[in-house]
Design a protein around this ligand. Structure first.
Ligand SMILES: [Zn+2]
Length: 419
Protein backbone atom coordinates (compact mmCIF):
# COMPACT_ATOMS: atom_id res chain seq x y z
CA UNK A 1 0.00 0.00 0.00
CA UNK A 2 1.49 3.29 -1.08
CA UNK A 3 -0.48 6.01 0.63
CA UNK A 4 2.10 8.70 -0.15
CA UNK A 5 1.74 8.06 -3.86
CA UNK A 6 -2.01 8.18 -3.61
CA UNK A 7 -1.88 11.58 -1.91
CA UNK A 8 0.89 12.99 -4.04
CA UNK A 9 -1.39 15.58 -5.60
CA UNK A 10 -2.99 16.57 -2.34
CA UNK A 11 -2.69 20.24 -1.46
CA UNK A 12 -2.57 19.64 2.24
CA UNK A 13 0.08 16.98 2.30
CA UNK A 14 1.49 18.31 5.53
CA UNK A 15 -1.68 17.70 7.48
CA UNK A 16 -2.07 14.37 5.82
CA UNK A 17 1.44 13.29 6.67
CA UNK A 18 0.83 14.31 10.24
CA UNK A 19 -2.23 12.08 10.39
CA UNK A 20 -0.44 9.39 8.43
CA UNK A 21 2.41 9.50 10.87
CA UNK A 22 -0.07 8.51 13.56
CA UNK A 23 -0.89 5.56 11.28
CA UNK A 24 -4.55 6.38 10.98
CA UNK A 25 -6.40 4.10 8.65
CA UNK A 26 -10.08 4.48 7.91
CA UNK A 27 -12.05 3.08 10.78
CA UNK A 28 -14.67 0.74 9.38
CA UNK A 29 -17.78 1.77 11.28
CA UNK A 30 -19.92 -0.61 9.20
CA UNK A 31 -18.05 -3.57 10.67
CA UNK A 32 -18.95 -2.63 14.24
CA UNK A 33 -22.49 -1.49 13.50
CA UNK A 34 -24.04 -2.45 10.18
CA UNK A 35 -27.14 -0.42 11.15
CA UNK A 36 -25.26 2.87 11.45
CA UNK A 37 -26.43 5.13 8.63
CA UNK A 38 -25.26 8.55 9.82
CA UNK A 39 -21.83 9.60 11.04
CA UNK A 40 -19.33 12.41 11.06
CA UNK A 41 -15.72 12.03 9.97
CA UNK A 42 -12.55 13.90 9.18
CA UNK A 43 -11.31 14.28 5.60
CA UNK A 44 -7.81 12.77 5.62
CA UNK A 45 -7.10 12.39 1.94
CA UNK A 46 -8.22 13.76 -1.42
CA UNK A 47 -7.52 13.15 -5.07
CA UNK A 48 -9.90 14.84 -7.47
CA UNK A 49 -13.40 13.56 -6.72
CA UNK A 50 -12.08 10.90 -4.36
CA UNK A 51 -12.27 11.46 -0.61
CA UNK A 52 -10.65 9.47 2.16
CA UNK A 53 -12.09 9.73 5.67
CA UNK A 54 -10.72 8.81 9.09
CA UNK A 55 -13.83 6.70 9.62
CA UNK A 56 -16.78 5.66 7.53
CA UNK A 57 -20.09 3.83 7.59
CA UNK A 58 -19.97 3.43 3.79
CA UNK A 59 -19.32 -0.20 2.87
CA UNK A 60 -16.87 -0.28 -0.06
CA UNK A 61 -18.38 -3.47 -1.46
CA UNK A 62 -16.87 -6.94 -1.47
CA UNK A 63 -17.86 -10.57 -1.37
CA UNK A 64 -20.09 -9.89 -4.38
CA UNK A 65 -22.04 -7.16 -2.59
CA UNK A 66 -22.32 -3.73 -4.20
CA UNK A 67 -20.81 -0.73 -2.44
CA UNK A 68 -22.98 1.80 -0.62
CA UNK A 69 -24.41 5.05 -1.93
CA UNK A 70 -25.51 8.12 0.01
CA UNK A 71 -24.27 11.60 0.76
CA UNK A 72 -21.33 13.44 2.27
CA UNK A 73 -22.44 16.96 3.30
CA UNK A 74 -25.53 16.69 1.04
CA UNK A 75 -23.38 15.80 -1.99
CA UNK A 76 -23.99 12.46 -3.69
CA UNK A 77 -21.52 9.66 -3.03
CA UNK A 78 -21.58 7.85 -6.39
CA UNK A 79 -19.02 5.15 -5.61
CA UNK A 80 -17.11 3.73 -2.65
CA UNK A 81 -14.14 1.42 -3.10
CA UNK A 82 -10.57 0.58 -2.30
CA UNK A 83 -7.97 2.34 -4.41
CA UNK A 84 -4.28 1.63 -3.83
CA UNK A 85 -5.12 0.38 -0.35
CA UNK A 86 -7.19 3.43 0.61
CA UNK A 87 -10.94 3.35 1.15
CA UNK A 88 -12.23 6.20 -1.05
CA UNK A 89 -15.61 7.87 -1.56
CA UNK A 90 -16.29 9.39 -4.95
CA UNK A 91 -18.02 12.76 -4.49
CA UNK A 92 -18.13 14.67 -7.79
CA UNK A 93 -17.96 18.45 -7.46
CA UNK A 94 -17.08 18.58 -3.76
CA UNK A 95 -15.21 21.50 -2.24
CA UNK A 96 -13.91 19.68 0.82
CA UNK A 97 -10.62 20.55 2.46
CA UNK A 98 -8.25 18.24 4.27
CA UNK A 99 -8.95 18.21 7.97
CA UNK A 100 -12.57 19.21 7.47
CA UNK A 101 -15.34 17.52 9.40
CA UNK A 102 -18.03 16.08 7.17
CA UNK A 103 -21.37 14.46 7.85
CA UNK A 104 -22.09 11.21 6.05
CA UNK A 105 -25.47 9.64 5.36
CA UNK A 106 -25.60 6.12 3.95
CA UNK A 107 -28.63 5.29 1.77
CA UNK A 108 -30.52 3.14 4.28
CA UNK A 109 -33.03 1.39 2.04
CA UNK A 110 -30.36 0.33 -0.42
CA UNK A 111 -27.96 -0.92 2.27
CA UNK A 112 -30.68 -2.86 4.14
CA UNK A 113 -31.72 -4.53 0.89
CA UNK A 114 -28.11 -5.48 0.13
CA UNK A 115 -27.51 -6.77 3.68
CA UNK A 116 -30.67 -8.89 3.52
CA UNK A 117 -29.55 -10.22 0.14
CA UNK A 118 -26.03 -10.90 1.34
CA UNK A 119 -27.15 -12.68 4.52
CA UNK A 120 -29.78 -14.52 2.48
CA UNK A 121 -27.01 -15.72 0.17
CA UNK A 122 -25.10 -17.17 3.17
CA UNK A 123 -28.24 -19.00 4.32
CA UNK A 124 -29.41 -20.25 0.95
CA UNK A 125 -26.02 -21.57 -0.04
CA UNK A 126 -25.60 -23.23 3.39
CA UNK A 127 -29.01 -24.92 3.01
CA UNK A 128 -28.27 -26.11 -0.52
CA UNK A 129 -24.86 -27.30 0.61
CA UNK A 130 -26.49 -29.55 3.22
CA UNK A 131 -28.40 -31.32 0.46
CA UNK A 132 -25.60 -31.28 -2.11
CA UNK A 133 -22.36 -31.65 -0.07
CA UNK A 134 -20.03 -31.14 -3.04
CA UNK A 135 -21.78 -27.95 -4.13
CA UNK A 136 -19.22 -25.26 -4.89
CA UNK A 137 -19.81 -21.51 -4.72
CA UNK A 138 -18.25 -19.86 -7.78
CA UNK A 139 -19.45 -16.26 -7.78
CA UNK A 140 -21.82 -14.02 -5.84
CA UNK A 141 -23.69 -10.97 -7.08
CA UNK A 142 -25.67 -8.84 -4.62
CA UNK A 143 -26.92 -5.62 -6.20
CA UNK A 144 -30.15 -3.62 -5.89
CA UNK A 145 -31.29 -5.09 -9.22
CA UNK A 146 -30.21 -8.69 -8.83
CA UNK A 147 -29.26 -11.13 -6.09
CA UNK A 148 -27.73 -14.35 -7.28
CA UNK A 149 -24.87 -16.80 -7.07
CA UNK A 150 -23.20 -19.24 -9.42
CA UNK A 151 -22.55 -22.79 -8.29
CA UNK A 152 -20.90 -25.94 -9.53
CA UNK A 153 -22.93 -29.01 -8.65
CA UNK A 154 -26.23 -30.72 -9.37
CA UNK A 155 -29.33 -28.68 -8.50
CA UNK A 156 -32.98 -28.98 -9.41
CA UNK A 157 -36.24 -27.31 -8.33
CA UNK A 158 -37.00 -30.00 -5.72
CA UNK A 159 -33.67 -29.36 -3.97
CA UNK A 160 -34.28 -25.62 -4.25
CA UNK A 161 -37.70 -25.94 -2.62
CA UNK A 162 -36.30 -27.97 0.30
CA UNK A 163 -33.54 -25.39 0.79
CA UNK A 164 -36.04 -22.52 0.65
CA UNK A 165 -38.13 -24.20 3.34
CA UNK A 166 -35.06 -24.56 5.58
CA UNK A 167 -34.00 -20.95 5.04
CA UNK A 168 -37.45 -19.48 5.64
CA UNK A 169 -37.88 -21.59 8.75
CA UNK A 170 -34.57 -20.22 10.05
CA UNK A 171 -35.64 -16.68 9.12
CA UNK A 172 -38.78 -17.16 11.19
CA UNK A 173 -36.82 -18.46 14.17
CA UNK A 174 -35.05 -15.11 14.60
CA UNK A 175 -31.53 -16.44 14.78
CA UNK A 176 -28.92 -13.90 15.91
CA UNK A 177 -25.98 -13.20 13.61
CA UNK A 178 -22.55 -12.21 14.88
CA UNK A 179 -18.95 -12.26 13.78
CA UNK A 180 -15.78 -13.45 15.45
CA UNK A 181 -12.16 -12.81 14.61
CA UNK A 182 -10.18 -16.03 14.83
CA UNK A 183 -6.67 -17.18 14.14
CA UNK A 184 -5.97 -19.40 11.12
CA UNK A 185 -5.33 -22.29 13.50
CA UNK A 186 -8.53 -21.83 15.51
CA UNK A 187 -10.65 -25.02 15.73
CA UNK A 188 -13.68 -23.00 14.57
CA UNK A 189 -12.06 -22.71 11.14
CA UNK A 190 -12.55 -26.41 10.47
CA UNK A 191 -16.30 -26.05 11.11
CA UNK A 192 -16.70 -23.12 8.74
CA UNK A 193 -17.18 -22.62 5.03
CA UNK A 194 -13.86 -21.13 4.07
CA UNK A 195 -11.25 -21.09 1.33
CA UNK A 196 -8.19 -20.49 3.48
CA UNK A 197 -5.89 -20.12 0.51
CA UNK A 198 -7.88 -17.10 -0.67
CA UNK A 199 -7.61 -15.18 2.60
CA UNK A 200 -4.46 -13.21 3.45
CA UNK A 201 -3.26 -12.49 6.99
CA UNK A 202 -3.51 -14.44 10.22
CA UNK A 203 -6.83 -13.12 11.51
CA UNK A 204 -9.97 -14.32 9.82
CA UNK A 205 -13.47 -12.93 10.28
CA UNK A 206 -16.10 -15.62 10.64
CA UNK A 207 -19.77 -14.77 10.31
CA UNK A 208 -21.99 -16.99 12.43
CA UNK A 209 -25.72 -17.48 11.87
CA UNK A 210 -26.39 -19.42 15.07
CA UNK A 211 -26.04 -23.13 14.39
CA UNK A 212 -27.22 -22.61 10.83
CA UNK A 213 -24.03 -21.43 9.17
CA UNK A 214 -20.46 -20.37 9.82
CA UNK A 215 -18.55 -18.76 6.96
CA UNK A 216 -15.53 -16.56 6.42
CA UNK A 217 -16.69 -13.15 5.22
CA UNK A 218 -15.65 -9.50 5.51
CA UNK A 219 -19.02 -8.12 4.43
CA UNK A 220 -22.00 -6.54 6.17
CA UNK A 221 -24.91 -8.66 7.39
CA UNK A 222 -28.21 -8.20 9.20
CA UNK A 223 -28.06 -8.85 12.95
CA UNK A 224 -31.03 -11.18 13.08
CA UNK A 225 -32.49 -13.54 10.47
CA UNK A 226 -36.00 -12.06 10.93
CA UNK A 227 -34.70 -8.90 9.25
CA UNK A 228 -34.63 -10.81 5.95
CA UNK A 229 -38.45 -11.29 6.12
CA UNK A 230 -38.47 -13.95 3.42
CA UNK A 231 -36.28 -15.54 0.76
CA UNK A 232 -37.67 -16.71 -2.57
CA UNK A 233 -35.71 -18.37 -5.36
CA UNK A 234 -36.92 -16.94 -8.62
CA UNK A 235 -34.68 -18.43 -11.26
CA UNK A 236 -32.50 -21.49 -11.72
CA UNK A 237 -30.63 -21.18 -15.00
CA UNK A 238 -27.68 -22.83 -16.66
CA UNK A 239 -24.48 -20.88 -16.06
CA UNK A 240 -22.05 -22.69 -18.33
CA UNK A 241 -19.12 -22.40 -18.69
CA UNK A 242 -18.38 -20.58 -15.41
CA UNK A 243 -20.51 -22.87 -13.28
CA UNK A 244 -23.40 -25.28 -13.58
CA UNK A 245 -26.23 -23.09 -12.31
CA UNK A 246 -27.07 -19.52 -11.45
CA UNK A 247 -29.50 -19.28 -8.54
CA UNK A 248 -31.37 -15.97 -8.50
CA UNK A 249 -33.40 -15.01 -5.45
CA UNK A 250 -35.37 -12.21 -3.82
CA UNK A 251 -35.45 -11.10 -0.19
CA UNK A 252 -37.59 -8.85 1.98
CA UNK A 253 -40.86 -7.38 0.83
CA UNK A 254 -40.04 -8.03 -2.81
CA UNK A 255 -39.86 -11.77 -2.07
CA UNK A 256 -43.26 -11.66 -0.34
CA UNK A 257 -44.96 -9.73 -3.16
CA UNK A 258 -43.42 -11.89 -5.85
CA UNK A 259 -44.47 -15.14 -4.19
CA UNK A 260 -48.03 -13.82 -3.92
CA UNK A 261 -48.00 -12.93 -7.60
CA UNK A 262 -46.57 -16.30 -8.61
CA UNK A 263 -49.09 -18.22 -6.52
CA UNK A 264 -51.94 -16.22 -8.02
CA UNK A 265 -50.73 -17.08 -11.51
CA UNK A 266 -50.42 -20.78 -10.58
CA UNK A 267 -53.98 -20.82 -9.19
CA UNK A 268 -55.40 -19.06 -12.24
CA UNK A 269 -53.48 -21.37 -14.59
CA UNK A 270 -54.90 -24.39 -12.72
CA UNK A 271 -58.43 -23.01 -13.02
CA UNK A 272 -57.88 -22.40 -16.71
CA UNK A 273 -56.92 -25.99 -17.48
CA UNK A 274 -59.23 -27.50 -14.87
CA UNK A 275 -56.69 -28.99 -12.48
CA UNK A 276 -55.75 -28.52 -8.83
CA UNK A 277 -52.62 -26.37 -8.32
CA UNK A 278 -50.80 -29.43 -6.93
CA UNK A 279 -51.52 -31.26 -10.21
CA UNK A 280 -50.71 -28.31 -12.42
CA UNK A 281 -47.26 -29.47 -13.49
CA UNK A 282 -48.43 -32.94 -14.46
CA UNK A 283 -51.49 -31.52 -16.21
CA UNK A 284 -49.27 -29.19 -18.24
CA UNK A 285 -46.85 -31.99 -19.09
CA UNK A 286 -49.79 -34.09 -20.33
CA UNK A 287 -51.18 -31.18 -22.33
CA UNK A 288 -47.82 -30.60 -23.95
CA UNK A 289 -47.46 -34.27 -24.88
CA UNK A 290 -51.00 -34.21 -26.27
CA UNK A 291 -50.17 -31.15 -28.34
CA UNK A 292 -47.11 -32.83 -29.83
CA UNK A 293 -49.24 -35.90 -30.70
CA UNK A 294 -51.93 -33.70 -32.29
CA UNK A 295 -49.39 -31.82 -34.36
CA UNK A 296 -47.93 -35.12 -35.51
CA UNK A 297 -51.36 -36.42 -36.53
CA UNK A 298 -52.12 -33.15 -38.31
CA UNK A 299 -48.85 -33.37 -40.19
CA UNK A 300 -49.58 -36.95 -41.28
CA UNK A 301 -53.08 -36.01 -42.47
CA UNK A 302 -51.70 -33.03 -44.36
CA UNK A 303 -49.11 -35.25 -46.06
CA UNK A 304 -51.86 -37.64 -47.17
CA UNK A 305 -53.89 -34.72 -48.55
CA UNK A 306 -50.78 -33.35 -50.30
CA UNK A 307 -50.01 -36.75 -51.87
CA UNK A 308 -53.56 -36.99 -53.24
CA UNK A 309 -53.72 -33.49 -54.71
CA UNK A 310 -54.83 -33.33 -58.34
CA UNK A 311 -53.25 -30.41 -60.21
CA UNK A 312 -55.20 -27.87 -62.19
CA UNK A 313 -53.52 -27.25 -65.56
CA UNK A 314 -53.01 -23.74 -66.92
CA UNK A 315 -51.31 -23.42 -70.32
CA UNK A 316 -49.98 -26.95 -69.87
CA UNK A 317 -48.42 -26.25 -66.44
CA UNK A 318 -49.68 -28.46 -63.56
CA UNK A 319 -50.52 -26.28 -60.55
CA UNK A 320 -51.00 -27.85 -57.11
CA UNK A 321 -52.73 -25.81 -54.44
CA UNK A 322 -54.37 -26.28 -51.07
CA UNK A 323 -55.17 -24.53 -47.81
CA UNK A 324 -54.27 -26.27 -44.51
CA UNK A 325 -55.09 -25.69 -40.86
CA UNK A 326 -52.19 -25.57 -38.42
CA UNK A 327 -49.55 -27.40 -40.44
CA UNK A 328 -46.03 -26.15 -39.74
CA UNK A 329 -44.25 -24.19 -42.44
CA UNK A 330 -41.40 -26.70 -42.60
CA UNK A 331 -43.74 -29.53 -43.65
CA UNK A 332 -45.49 -27.25 -46.16
CA UNK A 333 -42.15 -26.20 -47.63
CA UNK A 334 -40.79 -29.75 -47.91
CA UNK A 335 -43.92 -31.07 -49.63
CA UNK A 336 -44.20 -28.09 -51.99
CA UNK A 337 -40.58 -28.52 -53.05
CA UNK A 338 -41.21 -32.21 -53.70
CA UNK A 339 -44.26 -31.40 -55.84
CA UNK A 340 -42.23 -29.26 -58.24
CA UNK A 341 -39.20 -31.55 -58.41
CA UNK A 342 -40.18 -32.50 -61.99
CA UNK A 343 -39.10 -28.95 -62.92
CA UNK A 344 -42.30 -28.00 -64.72
CA UNK A 345 -44.94 -27.80 -61.97
CA UNK A 346 -46.08 -25.10 -59.57
CA UNK A 347 -47.23 -25.58 -55.99
CA UNK A 348 -48.87 -23.01 -53.72
CA UNK A 349 -49.84 -23.80 -50.14
CA UNK A 350 -51.46 -21.59 -47.54
CA UNK A 351 -52.02 -22.32 -43.86
CA UNK A 352 -54.65 -20.85 -41.58
CA UNK A 353 -53.16 -21.90 -38.24
CA UNK A 354 -52.10 -19.45 -35.54
CA UNK A 355 -50.08 -17.69 -38.24
CA UNK A 356 -51.12 -17.17 -41.85
CA UNK A 357 -48.44 -18.79 -44.04
CA UNK A 358 -47.92 -18.82 -47.76
CA UNK A 359 -45.51 -21.15 -49.58
CA UNK A 360 -44.78 -20.88 -53.31
CA UNK A 361 -42.64 -23.41 -55.20
CA UNK A 362 -41.94 -23.10 -58.95
CA UNK A 363 -40.34 -25.81 -61.12
CA UNK A 364 -36.87 -24.75 -62.26
CA UNK A 365 -37.73 -25.05 -65.97
CA UNK A 366 -40.41 -22.35 -65.68
CA UNK A 367 -39.67 -18.68 -66.16
CA UNK A 368 -41.65 -17.45 -63.16
CA UNK A 369 -40.07 -15.88 -60.06
CA UNK A 370 -41.47 -17.34 -56.82
CA UNK A 371 -40.14 -14.53 -54.65
CA UNK A 372 -41.65 -11.82 -56.86
CA UNK A 373 -45.01 -13.63 -56.74
CA UNK A 374 -44.83 -13.88 -52.96
CA UNK A 375 -43.95 -10.21 -52.44
CA UNK A 376 -46.70 -9.09 -54.80
CA UNK A 377 -49.26 -11.22 -52.95
CA UNK A 378 -48.28 -10.40 -49.37
CA UNK A 379 -47.50 -6.71 -49.75
CA UNK A 380 -51.14 -5.49 -49.95
CA UNK A 381 -51.83 -7.34 -46.66
CA UNK A 382 -48.77 -6.00 -44.88
CA UNK A 383 -47.21 -9.46 -44.89
CA UNK A 384 -43.54 -10.33 -45.10
CA UNK A 385 -41.38 -13.09 -46.45
CA UNK A 386 -38.57 -13.98 -48.79
CA UNK A 387 -36.97 -16.58 -50.98
CA UNK A 388 -35.56 -17.01 -54.46
CA UNK A 389 -36.73 -17.72 -58.01
CA UNK A 390 -37.82 -21.30 -57.26
CA UNK A 391 -39.03 -21.09 -53.71
CA UNK A 392 -40.44 -18.42 -51.42
CA UNK A 393 -42.29 -18.39 -48.13
CA UNK A 394 -43.81 -15.77 -45.87
CA UNK A 395 -46.67 -14.87 -43.63
CA UNK A 396 -49.32 -12.28 -43.11
CA UNK A 397 -52.06 -11.03 -40.87
CA UNK A 398 -54.51 -13.76 -39.77
CA UNK A 399 -57.51 -11.72 -40.97
CA UNK A 400 -56.60 -12.69 -44.57
CA UNK A 401 -58.20 -15.92 -45.82
CA UNK A 402 -55.82 -18.61 -47.07
CA UNK A 403 -58.05 -19.18 -50.10
CA UNK A 404 -57.90 -15.52 -51.13
CA UNK A 405 -54.07 -15.60 -50.90
CA UNK A 406 -54.06 -18.60 -53.26
CA UNK A 407 -56.48 -16.83 -55.61
CA UNK A 408 -54.21 -13.77 -55.84
CA UNK A 409 -51.19 -15.93 -56.65
CA UNK A 410 -53.18 -17.85 -59.24
CA UNK A 411 -54.36 -14.69 -61.02
CA UNK A 412 -50.73 -13.57 -61.34
CA UNK A 413 -49.59 -16.99 -62.57
CA UNK A 414 -52.40 -17.10 -65.12
CA UNK A 415 -51.47 -13.69 -66.54
CA UNK A 416 -47.83 -14.74 -66.75
CA UNK A 417 -48.52 -18.10 -68.42
CA UNK A 418 -51.13 -16.83 -70.84
CA UNK A 419 -48.99 -13.94 -72.07
ZN1 LIG B 1 -21.05 -12.33 4.09
Amino acid sequence: MDRKKYHRHSFFTLLHHYIDAMTVLTEKLYEKDPYLFEFTALVIGMKGDLIELDRTAFYPGGGGQDSDRGELEDLAVVDVRYLDGALVHKVPGHGFLLGMNVRGVVSKERRLDLMKGHTGEHMLFAALNRMVPDLELVKISITPEKKSFLVKGALNWNIILDAEKLVNEAIGQGIGIDDVMVDRKDPLISQSRIKLERIPGDLIRLVRIGEFDLAACAGVHVRNTTDIDMLLVEKLTSARPHGDFEVEFLVGRRAILRSLQLSSWAIQASDLIGSHPEDLLNALRNLKAEMVRDQDALRQTAKTVMAGLVPETISGVPIYRSVFQGVDRKTLSEEATRKVSDGRSICIFADEGEKRSLVIAIGNQLDIDANQLLQKTLLPHGGRGGGNKNFATGGTNISVKGESLLESVLIEIRSLLEK
